[in-house]
Design a protein. Structure first.
Length: 557
């Protein structure tokens, strides 16, 4: 029975990985491409150097773009599942590498707790549920692998560390903190290993510098003297937010939309610092010598400070220190530092049991923001698939430059989508939108927004007929005062609206919506005739026109 007992942490790690994968893939089954994903799918359809090397925001993204293109060529654009599967595998790899790193310093049980917390880190819901974040996770996986290779302390380890660091930097600028770790390791070991291994950080650094000189300098930056001065506060709040996420405290401090500062995390950070100071004081009182820090402490600390410091210097709206996209790597950095601080310390069973209980409670609490994040992405997916379906229905008449901005789409999820490039991508790679049958059965918010997009994309127009009966008197319906709002079914073509003398009549349209008329039109003055033009499209679903008036109204089709 020695083998099962000795390898129980590994077995439980495997169970945790499978459970996390099933959970994340299950939550992702009703989601679709979101926000920045469209920038890769639509704005980088070519194969020029610029399509690979242009910065995304301030990030280098050459490997993330390459992966996206490979997946697009192999599986198309109809579903994000292949990319989601890759993200889930990369998250599992991150947990495994973290487990190995912590196990080398503290043993298997603390390593299992760290990996399990990161696997179910709900405050990092963006990273766990949004496949676009393979860019950040790719940098993290390669960065952790690089740190493990540096642990080897030999030439093969150095060569592998250099290659992994290149990969980390190639996925995103999150590779820079790991580059800082490699630089710290080089300086720290210069006496025992010399400067010949300077190529480990130098090669990735030169590659990044070449990219920056050619393309990266074009990226928008928020760096300023004020942000540099504020950076230490940002670093402290980032560390506190990461600690709060690890302990499940973010779940009790407000929902995922909360902008509340991580006060509970700050208290936990202060308590941790006080505990460390007390331990040092007790050892000195007893006349003992302070243990020498583990060699991995300074590289881990360098990476942590570099990450939060650079994030603070380039602070932008939506990137608070407690932002979801920071929590995954932030928590990993906390575990790296703690593992090195406690390296060599014998952890008693009672302490392990307490730590295990805390980790179990934290995992349970962190499921709350994970499900909240899923609910938000699911709502965005409904709007995205409905809006894109409307765009495809209007394919024959929509302007190529038509933009699904927030005022039209009802969401910022599609800010990178213009009609021409999107429809071209659909021709090449398939459609992620609802089919017409799916759109008719979609949740009401999606159908409502599809009506709005269709009205703008076709576009539907109302113009004065200058009193002329342009359609004659055929196919007319007359609505008398007191009979309630006039509603009539319309298809593509023209409809003539004649309003008797009196106050203006108000008009509104709907197509897929059932509970309201979400497309308001200009009002029609009394004693006038207006012509409503509805261009033809790919749907046979009729429009419904509603006219509110206190006088006779005649509608001719």
């Amino acid at each position: 029975m020695a083998w099962p007992r000795r390898n129980l942490p590994l077995v439980l790690l495997g169970v945790a990985i499978v459970a996390a994968a099933v959970l994340l893939l299950g939550l992702g089954r009703d989601l679709t491409w979101f926000q920045d994903s469209w920038a890769f799918l639509i704005e980088r359809q070519g194969s020029s150097a610029g399509d690979f090397l242009r910065p995304h925001n301030e990030h280098i993204s050459v490997l993330a773009v390459s992966v996206q293109k490979l997946l697009l060529a192999a599986f198309g654009m109809e579903s994000d599942f292949p990319e989601r599967l890759l993200l889930t595998a990369m998250l599992a790899a991150t947990a495994i590498l973290l487990f190995v790193y912590v196990r080398r310093r503290l043993g298997p049980w603390p390593a299992l707790l760290a990996a399990a917390v990161v696997l179910f880190l709900g405050p990092a819901w963006e990273v766990l549920l949004w496949p676009f974040e393979i860019s950040l996770v790719g940098s993290t996986v390669a960065g952790l692998g690089m740190l493990l290779m540096l642990d080897r302390g030999d030439r093969r380890g150095d060569a592998a560390a250099c290659a992994l660091l290149l990969v980390s930097v190639g996925f995103s600028s999150l590779g820079i903190p790991f580059l800082a770790a490699a630089l710290v390791d080089l300086v720290q070991r210069r006496r025992e290993r010399g400067w010949a291994r300077a190529y480990v950080p130098a090669v990735p650094l030169l590659a990044y510098a070449a990219w920056y000189a050619g393309y990266g300098h074009e990226a928008e930056s928020a760096a300023s003297l004020g942000s540099v001065v504020h950076a230490p506060v940002f670093v402290a709040e980032g560390l506190a937010s990461s600690l709060a996420a690890i302990l499940g405290l973010r779940a009790v401090a407000g929902g995922i939309e909360s902008q509340q500062r991580p006060y509970l995390g700050l208290l936990a950070l202060l308590a941790l610092a006080a505990l460390a100071a007390y331990a040092i004081w007790r050892r000195r009182e007893a006349g003992g010598r302070l243990p020498r820090p583990a060699p991995g402490l300074w590289p881990a600390l360098g990476a942590t400070l570099a990450f939060w410091g650079l994030a603070g210097i380039n602070d932008l709206p939506g990137r608070a220190p407690w932002a979801s996209r920071y929590m995954h790597v932030g928590a990993i950095f906390v575990f790296l530092v703690l593992a090195n601080l406690l390296a060599g310390v014998e952890i008693r069973r009672r302490v392990l049991a307490i730590a295990g209980g805390i980790a179990a409670v934290a995992v349970a609490l962190n499921l709350i923001p994970l499900f909240e994040g899923h609910d938000r992405l699911r709502k965005e997916a409904v709007l995205a698939r409905a809006d894109l379906a409307a765009l495809e229905i209007a394919r024959g008449s929509v302007d190529r430059e038509f933009w699904l901005g927030p005022d039209v789409a009802g969401t910022v999820s599609l800010i990178n989508v213009h009609a021409g490039p999107y429809l071209a991508a659909v021709e090449d790679h398939g459609s992620p939108a609802y089919t017409q049958a799916e759109l008719a059965a979609a949740p009401e918010p999606g159908r409502r927004q599809a009506d709005i997009v269709l009205a703008r994309a076709l576009p539907i127009e109302l113009a004065s007929a200058s009193g002329a009966a342009v359609l004659g008197r055929r196919h007319c319906q007359t609505f008398t005062p007191g009979s309630g709002p006039a509603t009539v079914s319309l298809r593509s073509g023209k409809a003539q609206i004649e309003v008797a003398p009196g106050p203006p009549a108000t008009l509104a349209l709907r197509r897929y919506t059932t509970n309201e008329y979400p497309v308001p039109l200009d009002s029609v003055p009394g004693d006038s005739v207006e012509v409503l033009r509805i261009p033809a499209d790919r749907s046979r679903h009729p429009w419904r026109l509603r006219v509110d008036a206190t006088q006779h109204v005649r509608i001719c089709r």
